[in-house]
Design a protein around this ligand. Structure first.
Ligand code: SF4
Length: 260
């Protein structure tokens, strides 16, 4: 069910009309539709869908860090101390803060982005800017809290002016990600956007072909979707992201059981 107030002068009204048609089925399935962001983008159009819950989606449970998670926490902390002053590439000189990643050290689900942006560089935390706020809503839309999962970037330092990482920067930094994954041992990984998906899976295939289906990285299932920043640039991507994360939750439940 969809309730909306429409501002007739809204310049986004046509986009919203198309989006609503495309999203109808998803909304009926229970999409919370990241509504705060949509409100911001559409300057007055507010979409407040009813949050129907089906198939275990959107069941929010308190975060419990298991004994294994506590061991992982110590190992991650020790690893962070070991690498936090890294100067293996030139980004070590231009960064404000090293961004290790954060979340539940015993997480069964890990999100992987490309590299820190300006807000992340400033705060030393992953996905805290506008994209990060949207990622938090996406995570919540499938019944997790941000603290339930672990969020990492492939690069730990911000490329100046948000330029794309150089291949040699990725080459020297990616072993840190591998080690983090070795410690956390997730059951499922969600890659965000083309660069992180292609880098992790070592493929040139594009995100539009790879997204929303079960992929594999060293025996760990991977589900790729668009980066939240793509949704901010073009809200129509949210429909696809919703389909992808709904599949992600289904696969999580299949691999881990339905509890968080
Ligand atoms: S980007 Fe990675 S390899 Fe380069 S300085 Fe930062 S932590 Fe080290």
């Amino acid at each position: 069910m969809l309730n909306q107030k429409r501002n007739p002068s809204n310049s986004f009204s046509e986009v919203i009309k198309a989006l609503q048609a495309e999203a109808k089925q998803s909304l009926e399935d229970g999409f919370i539709y990241f509504k705060e962001d949509l409100k911001t983008k559409t300057k007055g159009t507010v979409i407040v869908p009813t949050r129907k819950i089906k198939s275990g989606v959107a069941v929010v449970c308190p975060v419990v860090i298991s004994k294994e998670g506590k061991d992982n926490e110590k190992a991650l902390q020790a690893y962070k101390e070991e690498i936090k002053n890294c100067q293996k590439c030139s980004l070590g000189k231009t960064r404000t803060n090293f961004v290790f990643g954060e979340g539940n050290p015993g997480a069964k689900l890990v999100f992987i982005g490309e590299a820190p942006g300006a807000d992340e560089d400033e705060q030393g935390r992953p996905f805290v800017g506008r994209s990060g706020q949207l990622l938090t809503k996406i995570i919540e839309s499938i019944g997790f809290k941000r603290e339930d999962v672990f969020i990492i970037n492939i690069l730990k330092c911000r490329p100046p002016n948000n330029r794309a990482p150089e291949p040699e920067e990725v080459e020297v930094c990616i072993p840190y990600l591998y080690k983090q994954l070795e410690i956390i041992k997730p059951k499922i990984i969600c890659t965000l956007g083309n660069p992180s998906t292609q880098t992790l899976l070592n493929t040139k295939e594009g995100i539009t072909k790879l997204r929303g289906r079960a992929l594999d990285w060293n025996g760990i299932e991977v589900v790729a979707t668009f980066h939240p920043s793509a949704c901010l640039r073009n809200p129509a991507y949210k429909v696809d992201v919703w389909k992808d994360v709904k599949f992600l939750r289904k696969e999580y439940d299949r691999l881990c059981g339905s509890s968080n």
